[in-house]
Design a protein around this ligand. Structure first.
Ligand SMILES: [Zn+2]
Length: 327
C-alpha cells in the first residue's frame, strides 16, 4: 500500500479525521461532534481514539505522519493551539508534543484556513498557481496566503487574518471588538443578519417563508435569489460588493495569481461573481484587475488534504508549475 498520512481537522463544531494519500485522495474518513465544552484534554483524547480507529481499520496502511489543523490563533512552528475563540477552554495546548508522544510519528500543525489554502493549491482550484489567496466565507471570514510557493506565516504564524481587516467605519461590532471588519460586514452571518432585519416574521416574504419565519440565513438568501426574489437579489448584490472590496484589498496586498473562494457562501458563487468582478473592476488598480476569482473545489476536505500534505509533501515544491520554475 502506498504512503499515507493521518489528518485531523479540529473545528469548533466538528472533529474530522482521515487517511490521505499523496495525490490528496481520501482513503478513509471519520467525523464526530467536537464537543469543545468538554475541554482540550477530552477532545485530544477523542482525536487519539479516532486515529486508533483509522489505523485499526486499515492495518496495511503505511502511515508516515500526522497533519493536523485547528482554528487560529495557532503557532505552527511551536505546534501550539494558542486559544481560538471557537474552542472554549483551549489555552496554549501543545498539540504537536502530545500527538507525537502518543504515536511516535512526525506531527505538523497548521491553522485551518492555511491548511485549506494548501489543499486548494496542491489538489484543488489553485493547482499550478505560484501564489494564491484562499478566502473562506461562512460563519466568519478566514483566509490563507500562498506566496511564491509557500504558506505566508508572518510572526508566530499569525499572518493573513483577513476577516479582521477594516473595510468600513460602520456597521455591527465584530466579535474581535472592532467595527467595520471584513468578517463583520461580509460573512454569511452578516448577510443573514441583514436579511433578517429587512424582513419580519409573518410578512409573507420569500426569505421568511424559506426560514419558516425564523431568522434568515445566508443559505436562505442564496436560495431565494435563485428563484428571482427581488429582496434577496439586492442582498446578494450588496454582499458581492463587500466581498469585492475585501478581495480588492487582497489583490493589492498579495498580488496572487488567483483568489479561491470557499466556505458555505461559495454555494452562491455564481450569483456573487458578477458583483465581485464589477467591484474589482471599479476599485482595483489596472494591473490587478484580470486576476481570476474562482470557487473552491474541495469543499470540507480542503483542510484535511492540506494538513496531510504537510507530511506527505514535506520539503518538496508544491506544484508542477513551482517545480518548473525551480528547475
Ligand atoms: Zn474583527
Amino acid at each position: 500500500m502506498s504512503t499515507l498520512a493521518l489528518a485531523f481537522d479540529l473545528g469548533g463544531t466538528e472533529l474530522r479525521g482521515a487517511l490521505i494519500g499523496r495525490g490528496g485522495e481520501v482513503v478513509a474518513r471519520v467525523s464526530e461532534p467536537t464537543m469543545t465544552e468538554a475541554g482540550s484534554e477530552a477532545v485530544i483524547g477523542r482525536i487519539i481514539a479516532l486515529a486508533d480507529k483509522l489505523l485499526d481499520d486499515h492495518p496495511q496502511a503505511k502511515v508516515i505522519g500526522i497533519g493536523a489543523c485547528a482554528p487560529g490563533p495557532l503557532d505552527p512552528k511551536a505546534g501550539i493551539v494558542i486559544g481560538p475563540p471557537t474552542l472554549s477552554g483551549w489555552h496554549n495546548v501543545p498539540m504537536i508534543d502530545i500527538l507525537s508522544r502518543q504515536f511516535g510519528l512526525p506531527v505538523r500543525l497548521e491553522n485551518d484556513a492555511n491548511a485549506a489554502a494548501l489543499g486548494e493549491w496542491r489538489f484543488g482550484a489553485g493547482r499550478g498557481a505560484g501564489s494564491l489567496v484562499f478566502v473562506t466565507v461562512s460563519t466568519g471570514i478566514g483566509g490563507g496566503v500562498i506566496a511564491d510557493g509557500h504558506i505566508y506565516h508572518g510572526r508566530r504564524g499569525l499572518a493573513a487574518e483577513i476577516g479582521h481587516m477594516t473595510i468600513t467605519g460602520e456597521g455591527d461590532r465584530c466579535f474581535c471588538g472592532n467595527v467595520g471588519c471584513f468578517e463583520a460586514v461580509a460573512s454569511g452571518t452578516a448577510l443573514g443578519r441583514r436579511a433578517t432585519r429587512l424582513t419580519a416574521p409573518g410578512d409573507g416574504s420569500q426569505l421568511r417563508r424559506l426560514s419558516n419565519d425564523g431568522d434568515v440565513s445566508a443559505r436562505h438568501v442564496v436560495e431565494a435569489a435563485r428563484t428571482g426574489d427581488a429582496v434577496a437579489r439586492d442582498l446578494v448584490e450588496a454582499e458581492a460588493k463587500w466581498l469585492g472590496v475585501g478581495f480588492t484589498n487582497l489583490l493589492h496586498l498579495y498580488s496572487p495569481e488567483v483568489i479561491v473562494m470557499g466556505g458555505g457562501l461559495a454555494n452562491g458563487f455564481d450569483l456573487l461573481a458578477p458583483g465581485i468582478r464589477a467591484t474589482i473592476e471599479e476599485r482595483a488598480m489596472q494591473a490587478y484587475r484580470d486576476v481570476p476569482i474562482v470557487p473552491a473545489e474541495l469543499g470540507d476536505r480542503a483542510g484535511l488534504v492540506g494538513a496531510a500534505s504537510l507530511i506527505l509533501w514535506e520539503g518538496e515544491p508544491g506544484t508542477a508549475l513551482a517545480m518548473v520554475q525551480n528547475d
